[in-house]
Ligand binder design. Structure first.
Ligand code: FMN
Length: 484
């Protein structure tokens, strides 16, 4: 018998986008071919979705924020942010999903929404609506948010404390699971009518009567069950509270890091925690943020990268840093080397970059260096080169970090994706690393992320599955267990 090589892990590839002139590329809307300014056009998004679907991308993953980046040169100052189009202005991505879904068949859509500012009853309804209209191709990127500007606009003086936001998020998830999974029994809807029960069976629609520390929601859920019921659950947040939240709830986790060696401990920790909760650790899909600039040759890719750099808005990059970190770098001189600054959070972040960004150690990490580093791709790693160089590095990430795929950000939209489709996707396919057809064409997001036909609902080992209300049950099982 000949030796058999184990099949290679199939990559998940998502396009990482935002409905704003610039996402992780402040100022690049000024690069002449860039189409970032078309973010208000529905046909722009539909065309992008069709293009990405033709290349078999798993999903478009929409980041979103609920306030402006106003810390830099602050307080509450958007002057550096606005000319850069740096995640401001920004539209709500959810509204465009049904149109993109109607024009496509298999690609899915991840949409960011916050557990800190959205009421669970309303959020559950919005996602059910879109899951219906998109035939089960929507995911929810669960975030707890990080901008003070959002807190102020939602009636708070300042943000709710970090770990408290995660405690709220845990209860929030239990509310929406009950609305999605335990309010309408399987088979409750009899839309075509048998002349007896009418549209739906009233004994199969129940109030959830949730009364908790943070939320009181009687229900019932306003929407009938959508294809996935609970949308596919994504999460991004890497603190220890964030990781334990992800281990319990997330089906796919998005994380950033400069090198696969540094990301590996986070991946292991989340998978281990998921296992301890009785979940299949490999069913927690992990995708790393990466900016790929790929061209015919290494030299051409670097040329392109340098050309993009001319349009980057450094002030906008420092504004993004201000929002992410809460620190206003304008308070420091242009010469300040932030590897040695007294603010520990900034110092540790910058030292981390200095040690891990290629060529970073020989540099003085002043404002200009930070801006130059963050102006494209944010805090995600950057891979620049021809298809072979990029594919080799992505393979190394999979091997060393044990990630399942990548969220590909852009320096210029759609050019960055066009180049990836032209050069990188065929190379990954040649190597047997990326599918040439969807695992479940026309399937739901969950089926295509797990690669399992029929896996439309939450897996049985997921915490949310305890709320399932199955046919033949007078009430969902969990309500009986809680009374015992
Ligand atoms: C890679 C990554 C992407 C994120 N994207 C968003 C986003 O689009 N919108 C948002 O409000 N928060 C976003 N966040 C913030 C997190 O969801 C989380 O609320 C924040 O990082 C604080 O949690 P943490 O301390 O656990 O990381 C992102 C975080 C990471 C690490």
């Amino acid at each position: 018998m000949g030796s058999t090589t184990p099949p290679k892990k199939q990559l998940i590839l998502n396009a990482f986008a935002m409905q704003s002139p610039s996402h992780l590329n402040p100022g690049l809307h000024r690069y002449p071919p860039d189409q970032g300014h078309k973010y208000t056009s529905l046909s722009n998004w539909v065309q992008l979705a069709q293009k990405l679907e033709a290349a078999k991308f798993h999903a478009i993953f929409f980041a979103d924020v609920l306030g402006g980046y106003d810390v830099y040169r602050g307080p509450a100052n958007l002057t550096p942010t606005i000319p850069a189009g740096a995640q401001f202005p920004i539209n709500d991505p959810l509204y465009s999903i049904p149109a993109m879904a109607a024009a496509t068949h298999s690609i899915s859509f991840g949409v960011t929404a916050s557990t800190t500012y959205d009421a669970p009853y309303a959020l559950a309804r919005r996602f059910s609506t879109v899951d219906h209209l998109a035939q089960g191709r929507v995911g929810w990127n669960i975030v707890t948010s990080y901008l003070d500007s959002a807190a102020r606009n939602f009636g708070l003086n300042t943000q709710i404390e970090h770990d408290e936001r995660y405690r709220i998020a845990h209860e929030y998830l239990d509310v929406v699971y009950q609305l999605w999974e335990a309010s309408w029994r399987d088979g409750a809807v009899n839309a075509h009518g048998d002349g007896v029960t009418g549209y739906a069976d009233p004994t199969a629609v129940r109030q959830i009567n949730h009364k908790g520390k943070y939320f009181d929601v009687p229900g019932p859920h306003l929407c009938e069950p959508s294809p996935q019921r609970t949308p596919f659950l994504l999460q991004a947040g890497t603190s220890s509270a964030g990781k334990s939240f992800a281990a319990k709830h997330a089906e796919a986790i998005f994380l950033n890091g400069q090198s696969p060696e540094l990301v590996r401990p986070s991946v292991d920790s989340v998978r281990q925690q998921a296992k301890e909760l009785g979940r299949d650790a490999n069913a927690v899909k992990i995708v790393a943020g990466v900016l790929v600039i790929v061209a015919e040759t290494d030299e051409k890719a670097w040329e392109k990268f340098r050309e993009y750099g001319k349009y980057g808005d450094k002030e906008g990059a420092l504004a993004l840093f201000g929002g992410w970190s809460g620190y206003d770098l304008a308070k420091y001189s242009d010469e300040e080397d932030f590897r040695f600054v007294e603010a520990p959070a900034v110092r540790s972040m910058v030292n981390h970059w200095a040690k891990t960004v290629p060529g970073g150690e020989g540099k003085k990490w002043n404002k200009a260096t930070i801006a130059e580093y963050l102006v494209m791709g944010g805090n995600g790693t950057k891979i620049i080169g021809d298809a072979k160089t990029v594919a080799d590095e992505l393979e190394r990430w999979v091997e060393v970090a044990d990630v399942d795929g990548f969220n590909l950000s852009y320096a210029s939209v759609p050019e960055t994706f066009d180049d990836i489709i032209e050069y990188l996707v065929p190379e990954l396919q040649r190597r047997g690393l990326f599918h040439t057809e969807y695992e479940v064409p026309g399937g739901t997001m969950r089926e295509n992320f797990y690669g399992v036909r029929g896996q439309t609902r939450l897996p049985e080992s997921h915490h949310g599955a305890k709320y399932f209300w199955k046919e033949g049950e007078e009430v969902p099982k969990y309500t009986l267990q809680e009374k015992e």
